[in-house]
Design a protein around this ligand. Structure first.
Ligand code: CO8
Length: 258
């Protein structure tokens, strides 16, 4: 596929995805979703890319779904757009490699929903978060109502969703929406450093962590613990055994290429 909105830059086995539609503050249109689906598919089995960082070009991370595209939709088209976006974001959430959002500016509506589908969110000091949909007479449609509640708790989620308040990065940190706030110029390097650290760990273990935690939060503790035990077992006789041997032999583990 020819990419017009997404730009991929690979550094140290990390795929840096820039969302580049700055004239519309990177608002998410249908083309964005087709490009993201296609890029994820390409990167899934690309061994040169072991983790992803998603960021925005210009003053926004993403200022929401494209209002100009949505304004003429009828009910059926809106449901279709919502489901297609949900599928893309679920694809990011369940992507077998780690994904970090480096939130450089406005992360509003669908932009906040995109950041929430990533595993870890690092914010620049200028980042702003919010779910302003009710100001437009809408609600989030890319599973933001579900992810926000899981990330920041019921009270904080309802507060943000019902008031449409835009919050700064420090408030986002306080409520647990982001994991770290850094100076703007440090944003990409910080995200790259965190990803590099993750990539020194057992790749199968990291991808298993993602799967177990994400499946676990959607179930009860006993079923989640059952999933954990099963997945724990899959690391023996391969990567886990190598990691433990390396510890005992006082050497660096040699992870298998995934
Ligand atoms: N969609 C389309 N265009 C946008 C969007 C957007 N979400 N946000 C900004 N733009 C455009 C503006 O229209 C403007 O274009 P132009 O220059 O042609 O007039 C350009 O980007 C620059 O924007 P501003 O001039 O407004 O920039 P400011 O710095 O003055 O303001 C803001 C920045 C505060 C971010 C402001 O642009 C704004 O409020 N944007 C809209 C934010 C918003 O409401 N986002 C939520 C959208 S709804 C949503 O995301 C629902 C997701 C679920 C969808 C479910 C599917 C059916």
């Amino acid at each position: 596929m020819k990419y017009e909105i997404l730009k991929l830059d690979v550094r140290d086995n990390i795929g840096l995805i820039h969302i580049s539609r700055p004239e519309a503050l990177n608002a998410l249109n249908s083309r964005f979703f087709s490009e993201m689906d296609s890029l994820l598919e390409e990167l899934r089995n690309n061994n040169a890319v072991k983790g992803l960082i998603i960021t925005g070009e210009g003053k926004a991370f993403v200022a929401g779904a494209d209002i100009a595209e949505m304004v003429n939709m009828d009910e059926a088209a809106a449901v279709k757009f919502s489901k297609s976006g949900q599928k893309t974001f679920r694809g990011i959430e369940m992507f077998s490699k780690p994904v970090i959002a480096a939130v450089n500016g406005f992360a509003l509506g669908g932009g906040c929903e995109l950041a929430m589908a990533c595993d870890i969110r690092i914010a620049g000091v200028k980042a702003k978060f919010g779910q302003p949909e009710v100001s437009l007479g809408l609600i989030p449609g890319f599973a933001g109502t579900q992810r926000l509640t899981r990330l920041v708790g019921l009270g904080n989620a309802l507060h943000l969703l019902m008031t449409a308040d835009m919050i700064g990065s420090e408030e986002a940190l306080r409520i647990g929406l982001v994991q770290m706030v850094v100076e703007q110029e440090e944003l990409l390097n910080t995200a790259l450093d965190i990803m590099k650290k993750i990539l020194t760990k057992g790749p199968k273990a990291v991808s298993t962590i993602k799967k177990v935690v994400r499946k676990g939060i959607e179930t009860d503790i006993d079923s989640g613990s059952e999933i954990e035990a099963e997945e724990f077992g899959t690391l023996f006789g391969n990567e886990g055994t190598e990691g433990m041997k390396a510890f005992l032999e006082k050497r660096t583990p040699e992870w298998e290429e995934k």
